[in-house]
Design a protein around this ligand. Structure first.
Ligand code: ATP
Ligand code: MG
Length: 355
C-alpha cells in the first residue's frame, strides 16, 4: 500500500516536473550554453583535477535542470493565468474589462486582452440589436402585408357571396380590391429596395445631369395629383444650365418620395420645389405648406416603418419606408437630408449634390 502511494506521488512529481520542464524548453540552449561556458573558463583558468572537474560538471548540470524547472514553473503559472482570463471571457464570466487581471509586468498583454474583451462585448451587443431590429422588421412587414391582403380577401368574398350581381357595388368593390393590390405591389417594391440597399447591393451609376430639366420632368408627373387636391405645385430656379453629380435614377426615387409626401401631408396651399447654387454644390429643396412634423418626431421619420400618425398615413397609402429609402440613397451619395418643419405651417426637406 505504502509502495503504491509512493509510486503515485513519484508519478505526480514526475508529471509536474515534465510539465514545468516543457514550459522552459525554449531556454534549454541558453542555460546549458551558459553552464558550459563557465565550466570551460574554470577548466582554462583554474587547474582543477579531473575528479573535481567531474563534480563541477555534475553540479552545473543539476543547477541547469533546477533553473529550468524554476523558469518552467513560473512560465506555467503565467500561461495558466492568461488561459484562465481567455476562458473566463469565452464563458461570459466577466462583467467588466477591469475583471481581467494579470501580473504587473504583463500589463501590455492585460491591456490587449481588455481591449479584446470590450470589442467582444460590443460585437455581442451589436448582434443582439441586429436580432431585435430583424424581429421588429419581420413583425412590421407581416403586419403591413396582412392589411391589404385581408381587405382584398374581404372584397372578393363579398363579391363571390352575391355582390357580383349587384350593379350598385360590384364595380366599386373591384376597384377597391384593385387599389389594394397596387398598394401591395408598391409596398413589395419598397421592401425589395430597402433590403437590397441594406444588404449593400445598391448599384450606383454616377454622372452629371441637368438638374432643372430633371426636376421639371419629375414635377410634371405629379401635377395631376396636386391638382386633384387643389394644391399648387411649382418649380423655382434661376440656373437653367446647372449640372449636378449623382445617380439620376436614384435621385428620381428621392424626389418622388419627397414630392409624394409633400402632396400626401398637405391639405391646402403650395408645394415649392427649388434648386439653388452653393459653393461646390447645388441644394435641392421640397417645401410644403402642410401639416408639419413635431420636433420629437423629426429625428425618427427616417426610421423604417416610422409614421407620425399611423392611421392618417395609412389612409393616404403610407407604410413609413419612403424616407428610410431616401436616407439610404443620399448616404450613398455622401450627402445628408435636412428637415425643417413646424406643425400647422409646413415642412421643408433639402439635400445637396456635388456640382
Ligand atoms: N412633408 C411632410 N409633411 C408632414 N409629415 C411628413 C412629411 N413627410 C413625411 N412625413 C411624416 O414622416 C413619416 C414617414 O415618411 P415616409 O415617407 O417614410 O413614410 P410614408 O409616407 O408614411 O409611407 P411611404 O413613403 O412608405 O409610402 C410619414 O408617415 C409622415 O408622418
Ligand atoms: Mg412617403
Amino acid at each position: 500500500m505504502k509502495q503504491l502511494k509512493a509510486l503515485d506521488i513519484g508519478l505526480r512529481v514526475l508529471s509536474k516536473f515534465k510539465s514545468n520542464f516543457a514550459y522552459s524548453r525554449i531556454f534549454i540552449p541558453e542555460v546549458f550554453l551558459l553552464a558550459a561556458s563557465i565550466l570551460l573558463l574554470l577548466f582554462i583558468f583554474i587547474d582543477l583535477p579531473i575528479d573535481g572537474f567531474i563534480i563541477f560538471t555534475v553540479i552545473a548540470f543539476s543547477a541547469c535542470i533546477y533553473i529550468l524547472y524554476l523558469i518552467g514553473s513560473k512560465q506555467r503559472k503565467e500561461f495558466e493565468k492568461i488561459s484562465l482570463a481567455i476562458n473566463s471571457i469565452r464563458n461570459n464570466e466577466y462583467n467588466n474589462a477591469s475583471d481581467v487581471k494579470l501580473d504587473k509586468y504583463l500589463s501590455k498583454l492585460e491591456t490587449d486582452i481588455k481591449k479584446m474583451f470590450i470589442k467582444n462585448q460590443n460585437d455581442i451587443k451589436y448582434l443582439k440589436k441586429l436580432e431585435q431590429v430583424r424581429t421588429e422588421f419581420l413583425g412590421n412587414v407581416s403586419h403591413e402585408l396582412r392589411t391589404p391582403i385581408f381587405t382584398i380577401q374581404g372584397y372578393l368574398e363579398t363579391l363571390l357571396n352575391g355582390a357580383l350581381e349587384d350593379e350598385k357595388v360590384n364595380r366599386n368593390f373591384l376597384e377597391k380590391a384593385n387599389n389594394h393590390t397596387l398598394r401591395l405591389n408598391a409596398l413589395l417594391n419598397d421592401l425589395i429596395d430597402i433590403s437590397m440597399i441594406e444588404a449593400g447591393q445598391m448599384r450606383m451609376s454616377f454622372r452629371y445631369f441637368n438638374i432643372c430639366d430633371f426636376l421639371v420632368d419629375t414635377i410634371k408627373e405629379f401635377q395631376p395629383q396636386a391638382e386633384e387636391k387643389n394644391i399648387e405645385l411649382i418649380f423655382k430656379s434661376a440656373m437653367k444650365d446647372l449640372k449636378l453629380y449623382g445617380d439620376k435614377e436614384k435621385i428620381k426615387q428621392v424626389m418622388v418620395n419627397l414630392i409624394q409626401n409633400a402632396i400626401k401631408y398637405t391639405e391646402k396651399g403650395l408645394i415649392e420645389v427649388s434648386v439653388i447654387e452653393e459653393k461646390g454644390f447645388g441644394m435641392i429643396s421640397v417645401k410644403d405648406s402642410g401639416i408639419g412634423i413635431a420636433e420629437d418626431d423629426l429625428d425618427r421619420i427616417f426610421e423604417r416603418f416610422y409614421r407620425v400618425d399611423k392611421d392618417r398615413s395609412r389612409a393616404v397609402g403610407g407604410t413609413g419606408l419612403g424616407l428610410a429609402i431616401v436616407k439610404h440613397i443620399l448616404d450613398a451619395h455622401g450627402t445628408t437630408i435636412q428637415v425643417k418643419s413646424e406643425p400647422g405651417i409646413g415642412s421643408e426637406f433639402s439635400f445637396k449634390l456635388k456640382r
